[in-house]
Design a protein around this ligand. Structure first.
Ligand SMILES: C[S@@+](CC[C@H](N)C(=O)[O-])C[C@H]1O[C@@H](n2cnc3c(N)ncnc32)[C@H](O)[C@@H]1O
Length: 446
């Protein structure tokens, strides 16, 4: 299989004034943690050691041109690896979303499992339980963060091209069809909105009650916008459309609401804030909930409680509360409010707290039957040191970033923990991202 030479200049392309080394042949030996092939020149006299090459597979022999330090740009696949498959999506390689569609999902799942196993062993795990892998299906992703751009005469909605402009998402094998079907009418809508001047960002969350939209724009919505958005919401079964200025501290404002935005966790209805964090798909969410609940220790009595850190709007809180009392902590104000409102009548106490600035201390953690943490991509920050000091007997760690998981596992294993349950959830299809649920246990001397 020969790939067409790339025409565009990628993020890793050399600066125009750099001296270009002509392309030469490489053998791809493995996949790196970001999903790029790790390759070595076929002819060692080329003087370069190893380099990462995007869109390649272990076993490929490729023609590639050294670009930035430690990287080369694929020119063509000369001899394809036996595992290679035709990418299902016509936008693969152009759109900045999927990175691994040239490999079968089953191969990627095994690679993810091996990566977690190797990383935990390197972190110091001398024994590991068998790792279960839960696969999720294509076309189920219910959260999309899209760019909206006026590009020449075209209004495009999609993901950024690798290192460049936005690729119109005319096809996608990851997103739920209920999100995809909104894109054509949204392409008609945006040019008619006063809040849209050449660019905006759009987050779509597929809730139980339909899509929930958050438009991020530097420009305010006019009264005419609000009418148009309300008409659009009614026409497309969208309960709520919110807007906000760019920036993490800016608060969303409801621009149109024609229904109740709701999502249920373990049968408990929650009204999440606009743009709320949700697990990538319903199936992925169910697999994580199941793994977390299965990792609970035996519950000694009704008074027992677990501490849940980074609780979001309650994805794990309400399934846990079916078994045990939950003290939940979350930093985002809107998410905490949603959780608090839904918690009435359930065994849940929800608190807003920035766990990086004010981590829970040994006294607060000490009496918990277990601690559940599900930190953001950047990791648990100072809270991890506080956990190492408090040493709860059971720590159920949900991770979307293997590097952080391995780093924290090294510290936990050195403190006397063992790992006795690991589940890998493949909810980020055709990408190198990995979701893992890991139970760390520590024997007490009591
Ligand atoms: C990976 S999400 C998990 C949310 C939830 N457990 C779920 O499954 O939907 C991480 C959560 O951590 C919260 N978070 C990020 N930084 C935080 C901090 N410094 N203190 C408390 N919560 C934080 C985010 O707002 C987000 O809700």
């Amino acid at each position: 299989m020969r790939r067409k030479p790339e025409r565009r200049r990628s993020r890793t392309s050399p600066r125009p004034d750099a001296v270009l080394v002509p392309p030469f042949a490489w053998k791809v030996e493995a996949l790196g943690s970001a999903g790029d092939g790790l390759a070595r020149p076929l002819d060692p006299s080329n003087g370069t050691d190893v380099a990462f090459i995007s869109l390649t597979a272990p076993g490929d022999v490729v023609l590639a041109q050294p670009s930035a330090q430690g990287r080369a740009r694929l020119v063509e696949v000369m001899i394809p690896a036996p595992e290679r498959v035709p990418p299902p999506c016509g936008l693969f390689g152009v759109c900045g979303g999927c990175t691994l569609q040239h490999l079968p999902l089953s191969w990627i799942q095994t690679w993810k499992k091996n990566r977690i196993q190797d990383g935990l062993q390197k972190a110091g795990a001398t024994t590991l339980p068998s790792i279960s892998v839960v696969a999720t299906a294509p076309s189920t992703r219910r959260r999309a963060d899209l760019a909206v751009r006026q590009q020449g005469t075209a209004l495009v909605i999609g993901l950024h091209r690798r290192g460049g402009d936005v690729v119109d998402l005319t096809e996608c094998h990851v997103l739920h069809p209920d999100i995809l079907k909104l894109l054509p009418p949204l392409r008609d809508l945006f040019p008619r909105l006063d809040l849209f001047r050449r660019e905006a960002e759009l987050a779509i969350n597929l809730l139980d009650t339909g899509p929930d939209l958050l438009i991020v724009s530097k420009h305010d919505a006019s009264p005419r916008d609000r009418e148009r958005l309300a008409d659009f919401a009614r026409a497309h079964g969208i309960p709520r459309i919110a807007g906000k200025q760019p920036g993490p501290k800016e608060e969303p404002e409801i621009l149109a609401q024609v229904g109740a935005p709701r999502i249920a966790f373990a049968g408990v209805d929650v009204e999440p804030p606009p743009g709320a964090f949700l697990q990538a798909s319903r199936e992925g969410e169910a697999a994580i909930q199941q793994a977390v609940v299965a990792a609970l220790p035996r519950i000694p009595g009704r008074k027992a409680h677990v501490v849940e850190l980074h609780a979001g709007c309650g994805t794990l809180t309400f399934p846990l509360a079916e078994h045990v009392r939950v003290e939940a902590y979350e930093g985002h104000r809107g998410a905490t409010r949603a959780l608090q409102r839904a918690a009435t009548g359930h065994r849940v106490e929800a608190h807003q707290r920035d766990l990086d600035r004010q981590p829970l201390n040994t006294r607060e953690l000490g009496t918990a039957l277990a601690v559940v943490l599900d930190p953001p991509y950047g990791g648990a920050g100072l809270q991890m040191q506080a956990l190492l000091d408090a040493k709860p007997t059971t720590l159920i760690y949900v991770s979307c970033n293997p590097q952080m998981l391995f780093r924290d596992a090294t510290r936990l294993l050195a403190c006397g923990y063992t790992i006795d349950a690991v589940t890998v959830v493949d909810q980020f299809l055709w990408s190198a991202e990995i979701e893992t649920v890991c139970r760390f246990s520590r024997k007490t001397t009591r």
